[in-house]
Design a binder for this molecule. Sequence first.
Ligand code: MLT
Length: 234
Amino acid sequence: MPASIDVAFTPDLLPFFDLTGKTVVVADLLRATTTITFAVANGATAITPVLTPEDAFRLAADQPNTLIGGERGGVKVDGFDLGNSPREYTEAVVSDRRIVLTTTNGTRTLQACRAAERVLVGSFLNLRAVVDRLAQVEGELVFACSGREGGFCTEDTVFAGACVAALGETQLTDAAEAAKILYQIHRDDLLGMLKNCYHGQYLAAIGLGEDLEFCAQVDRVDVVPCQIGGRITA
Ligand code: MLT
C-alpha cells in the first residue's frame, strides 16, 4: 500500500512536486492514456511520447516498423499514420509495431514525470489492473492529471479519485481527498461525466463522440503500461 497519495490536478503544478523516488500514474482519460493503454494491450511493442510533430517524424525516420500517431486540436496530424482515437489502435494495426505519439497534453505530462522512480499509465480501461499494481507500492504515490492546456479536467481527476477510493486507508493530501469526492459524485455515470466535461463536449462537437463511450469502459484490459527511459511498454 502506498505510504501517501497526492494528486497534481494539472501538469503546470508538477514543478511544485518532487517526484524523485516516487511512483507516478499519468492520466489523460480523453484520450492519450486510454489510447496508450489500448495500444499496449493490443501488442504495440513500445510507445515513445514526444512533444512535437517534428520530433515524431524525426524519431520515426530512425526506427523501422514504426507508426506515428497523435493529434493537434483532437484531429490527426497531416502525414501521421494514426490519430489519437483509441479505437484506431486495434491489434490488426499495432501488434508488433513501435509507435511514436504526440498529443497536446498527455505526452507533455508523460515527459514532465521522467524524474519519478516509476511512471505508470492509467485509464478506466485498466483501472483494476492499475489499482492492483499500486497496492504493491510502498513509497509515495502521485497522480499526474494531464488536464487541458494547463487547466483542470474533471475526467482525469475522477480517474485518480477512483484509484484512491479503491486503494483504501492511507495518508491522503487534500487534493487526493478532493479527487475521491469527485469520483464518488460521478461513479455511477462515468459516461455521463465524460459527455458533460469540457473536452468530452469538444470531442463530440468534432465528430468523435464514439470515443467517449470507448473511454468510459472500465476494466476492459489488464495491462499497466510503464514508462522507462522515455519508452512505454507493457
Ligand atoms: C491530449 O493529450 O491533449 C489529448 O489526448 C487530446 C485528445 O486527443 O483528445
